[in-house]
Structures are given as C-alpha cells and as structure tokens.
Design a protein around this ligand. Structure first.
Ligand code: SF4
Length: 368
C-alpha cells in the first residue's frame, strides 16, 4: 500500500468489505428507472462488467421499492437502496434483500419509524450509509455561526464543519439504537469544502468513509474535479470507498474511479495506457493510434501497461518500460514486448501488432 491508511472499522455490504484492510471499493449508481427491473438489471451488469463492486439504485417511491424483488436476487454485485424520508421504502428494500441502505435517519419524522428500520437492518446485517450533501444541509443555528466565528473559521471551514455536525447528528441516532454498521459520506461540488469535511470527520470517528464530489459535471471537467477531490484525500490515507459522479453513462464513472486508484497505486485494475502528448517531432497519427488502443484496452480485465509513443527520441524509453509498447516514427512502428524490440511494422499494422503482443503477454502470464 502506497499510503498510510486511516484505520477504519470493517463494514460488510453483502460479500464486499468496506474499510478495515479492504482495498478501496469502487461504486457507481444506476441512471435507469428502478421501476423498470429489466433496464436496471441490464445497467447493473454493464457496471459490474466494467469493475463496479457495489451499485446504488434510487428508490424514490413505492413502485420502485416493489420492483426490488425482481432486481436484487439477480444482481452480480451487492446493491444499495438510496432512500429519502420514507421509512416504509427502507423496510421494503430490506425485505427484498438489499445489501445496504443510504438513508439519513434524522430526516425520518417519527422516532419509532427509525427504530423499526434500524432493528430490521441490524437483524439482516445490513449497513447504513449516512450521506450528507452540501446541497441539502439544514440551516445553521446562530450559536453555531458564532462559535465558528470565534474560531476565525473561513467560509470553507464553516460549511465543512456544518456538514460534519449534520452527519454526526444522524450517526448519533443510529448509535443510540446500538447500531454501528455505518458508512459516512460528506459530498460537495466545491472540492475544498469536501476535502475539509472529510478530513475533519476522519479525526472524529472510525466509520468507513465513502468519498465523492457531487454533481462533478461533464465527463472531462467532472473527472478532473473528482480526481482532485478524491485523490487528495486518498493520498492522505482517507477514504474506503469511492464514487465518481459524472453527467454521462455511469460505466464511465467506473473507468475514472479506477484511473484515480491506479494513479495513486492503490488498485491494479485492467490495462493502463501510456500515450505521449505528441509534439513537433511526431511522425504518425498518434491520437488515432492511442484512441484505438484505448478502446481495445477497455475490454481487458488483467493489469497490463501499454505505451503508445510518437517518435524514436523519447518513445523507446517509455515503450521499453511497459509490458507492450510502440515507438512510432516516419510511418513505421518499433514494437516492444517486455523491454525488447520484437518487430518493426508499417503504420497501418501498428494497432494489430500491438493487439497481438498484448494477447501474447496475457497468454504467457496465464501459462505461469
Ligand atoms: Fe514528442 Fe516523441 Fe515525446 Fe511524443 S515521444 S511527445 S513525439 S518527443
């Protein structure tokens, strides 16, 4: 492990452990309508195939809750029901065998309703994630604002502390009912706020932390925002499970999540592509080459490093350092496998040649 991890208590979501000594778990959420079990299951399978280890579903109403018995038993990965306000939906989700609830007990009006949900979750060994988002915070009290002002808190610190205390309020409700299978998230769009909130929470409790930047945005900007926010915390050893939120197909979220974990050397997953940015020296259509190989690599589950380099000046070094690589130049490509030149091919043969070499490396590995 590259970083000293904050110690957290293990929580089991079905057969997947979050926290303790478990690797950082990758989660995502379906965008399909939960009321349509077929479409939802199709998406769950797509997410699981991409490496998603836990999938969350919105359960906004009774029809969605009634569809859960047609979804949960057929899912290849543990599922989380995202529920707001209505405790009956949580009870239905538990009856359907859901593996985790995302629910803020303080938002359920009657204490006896909370007790009923917590009792059932405990009986079934189902954990609860308390998820406080910047967008749905309760108003701050005058005393709290004064207290923070007395500490000369910045605006970021004020919001972060408000998020932490709001989450702790929900946590206390569960703890008072002797429930400890808790995961906490404190998401915000503003990266400094979420980083500060998680840092503060990490010092106060040992519950596993679910990291995320909310409404991070379109794939490009959102991936960067998530990488900065989630990556900063992971590099400090904070965080046990992550969800990247992007305004696109959630499968993309899983790819980005693994790229974050791979860049910090926290998880090995699938292939890693090294591609040079190109410069005035480039002599082949490198972007096309890199994109074609990138698409192909998405189909590969085993860890393998592939380099696509644009010239013979800096290319060979990186290509040699990878499992498979090409240093291209003057319409040709020098193909490397495990540090050795294995062949020289014409530009149009580079992609098929790389694919063959990748398969060779994987076959050699499988043979032991
Ligand atoms: Fe430029 Fe060659 Fe480096 Fe690519 S590998 S950026 S083409 S010097």
């Amino acid at each position: 492990m590259a970083y000293q991890r904050r110690k957290s208590r293990p929580v089991w979501v079905g057969n997947v452990q979050i926290g303790g000594d478990a690797p950082i778990v990758v989660q995502s959420m379906t965008t399909a309508d939960t009321r349509d079990p077929e479409a939802t299951l199709r998406q769950i399978h797509e997410l699981a195939d991409a490496g998603c280890e836990i999938v969350r579903l919105a359960v906004p109403d009774r029809v969605a809750a009634a569809a859960l018995p047609e979804i949960v038993p057929y899912s290849p990965v543990p599922l989380v029901a995202d529920i707001h306000f209505e405790h009956t939906l949580a009870l239905k989700a538990l009856d359907a065998g859901i593996h985790k609830l995302r629910l803020n007990p303080g938002n359920i009006r009657k204490p006896e309703d909370v007790r009923e949900v917590v009792r059932k979750a405990k009986e079934r060994g189902v954990p609860i994630r308390i998820g406080v988002n910047f967008g749905s915070l309760p108003p701050m009290t005058r005393e709290f604002v004064d207290e923070m002002a007395a500490q000369n808190a910045t605006h970021t610190e004020l919001i972060a502390e408000h998020m932490v205390r709001t989450a702790l309020g929900h946590v206390r409700i569960l703890e008072d009912l002797d429930f400890g299978d808790i995961v906490i998230s404190l998401k915000a769009f503003e990266v400094p706020v979420m980083v500060e909130a998680y840092r503060r929470m990490a010092r106060l409790v040992d519950y596993p932390l679910h990291l995320g930047v909310t409404e991070a945005g379109t794939p490009k900007a959102g991936a960067i925002r998530s990488a900065v926010g989630i990556g900063t915390l992971l590099a400090e050893g904070i965080g046990d499970t992550i969800r990247v939120s992007l305004a696109t197909d959630p499968v993309e979220e899983v790819y980005v999540a693994y790229e974050i974990l791979k860049s910090l050397d926290l998880r090995q997953h699938g292939a890693t592509l090294v591609a040079c940015p190109t410069c005035g020296r480039v002599e082949v259509d490198l972007f096309k080459l890199a994109n074609e190989i990138d698409e192909y690599l998405k189909t590969i589950k085993e860890p393998i490093k592939v380099a696509v380099m644009g010239c013979v000046v800096n290319g060979p070094g990186e290509a040699r350092d990878s499992d498979v690589g090409v240093a291209a130049g003057r319409g040709k490509g020098v193909i490397f496998r495990k540090g050795k030149i294995v062949r020289k091919v014409e530009e149009q043969e580079i992609v098929p040649a790389l694919k063959e070499e990748i398969q060779l490396v994987l076959a050699e590995r499988a043979a032991g």
